[in-house]
Design a protein around this ligand. Structure first.
Ligand code: HMG
Ligand code: MG
Length: 299
């Protein structure tokens, strides 16, 4: 039986996932303007940057400056990636109120992305969560490669569920399940989500689909039918991971909102304003808009 939700929480990841893979220099003003425009479109949860090593992800080297420059709207949750204690300390220094730790269901990807094993990554997160708890900071967890790995191929759903359980046991309030390379298809997405629902309630599980193979909306719909209510997405379909060869954009937020609006599922986001934002950032980056809805509804 379908368990479609009445409303969905959208976590907009474009300032982080969307921009981290861009080779061209993107100035601070453009990043701040993107965040402001997203807020004005009604987006309430925005992942704004990552406190990661600038040697590993040069595009996010301005994370401290960005967080210090943001004109915070009290009704918006701003979050940032923190791979280790150093990242967490930097995030705290500039007033971040929510962070995200990230690991994967694949050993090879974890090594390439954060230079450690899955087990070591979880150990690294212990002091991050301790410091966060002492400072009332919410911590989200990410599991990457939940439906496939660029180095190991198919990933067993039981490994995804196991890593997810570990993240909740550490104290994460929500875990986002990432199809990093976008190879997943709807029934596999449902099997994976089902396995994770054995370790956590659906209300705490987010879906993070990349659209590399054009499957993201179908996968999201399949998960909505199971009652999922938290979706990560990126305006204009920006996105990709520098350490996952071939990984391209996240599902476009405009496409998700168009689908949700059409099913009377509320998100609080104004589609027209979001489309303007998607067109604007595509122009700034000199890229073709990666949103189908953005393209269809633009002059
Ligand atoms: P490492 O080289 O093993 O780190 O990198 P280390 O602890 O050996 O330190 C080496 C140097 O880095 C030292 O500086 C540290 O101070 C510095 P040095 O002494 O050489 O001058 N350092 C840092 N600097 C700034 N911020 C920090 C930090 N930590 C150490 N936090 C590390 C390990 C985790 C830092 C590195 O691998 C890294 O930053 N990786 C991040 C990769 C990344 O951001 N990937 C993309 C995000 S994940 C993703 O996109 C997937 C997702 O979207 C979901 C999905 O789609 O599946 C979330
Ligand atoms: Mg991603």
């Amino acid at each position: 039986m379908s368990k479609l939700p009445k409303q969905v929480k959208i976590v907009e990841v474009s300032p982080r996932d969307g921009l981290q893979n861009e080779k061209q220099n993107i100035d601070l003003e453009t990043k701040l303007s993107l965040i402001k425009r997203l807020e004005q479109s009604g987006v309430k949860n925005i992942e704004i940057t990552g406190f990661v090593s600038p040697k590993w992800v040069p595009q996010l080297a301005d994370s401290v400056q960005l967080c210090k420059s943001i004109d915070r709207n009290p009704t918006v949750n701003y979050s940032a990636l923190t791979p280790n204690l150093k990242g967490m300390e930097n995030a705290l220094d500039c007033g971040v109120k929510e962070v995200a730790v990230f690991t994967a269901a694949s050993e090879s990807f974890t090594k390439k992305n954060i230079n450690c094993t899955i087990k070591e990554s979880l150990q690294r997160f212990i002091p991050v969560l301790e410091l966060a708890q002492q400072n009332n900071i919410k911590v989200r967890g990410y599991v990457s490669c939940v439906l496939g790995c660029p180095y190991e191929g198919e990933i067993d759903a039981s490994i995804v569920a196991d890593v997810t359980k570990n993240l909740f046991d550490l104290g994460c309030y929500e875990v986002s399940l990432g199809d990093t390379i976008g190879t997943g298809t709807p029934l596999k997405a449902q099997t994976m989500l089902n396995a994770c629902m054995d370790v956590a309630p659906i209300e705490k599980l987010a879906l993070h689909f990349h659209n590399t193979y054009g499957q993201a909306l179908a996968n999201i719909y399949a998960c909505l039918e199971m009652g999922a209510g938290i979706i990560d997405s990126s305006v204009a379909g920006l996105g990709g991971c520098p350490y996952a060869k071939g990984a391209s954009g996240n599902v476009a937020t405009e496409d998700v909102i168009y689908m949700l609006d059409g099913m009377n599922i509320s998100s609080g986001i104004n589609l027209n304003k979001l489309i303007e934002t998607g067109n604007w950032i595509s122009q700034q980056l000199n890229k073709i808009n990666g949103s189908q809805v953005g393209k269809a509804k633009s002059p």
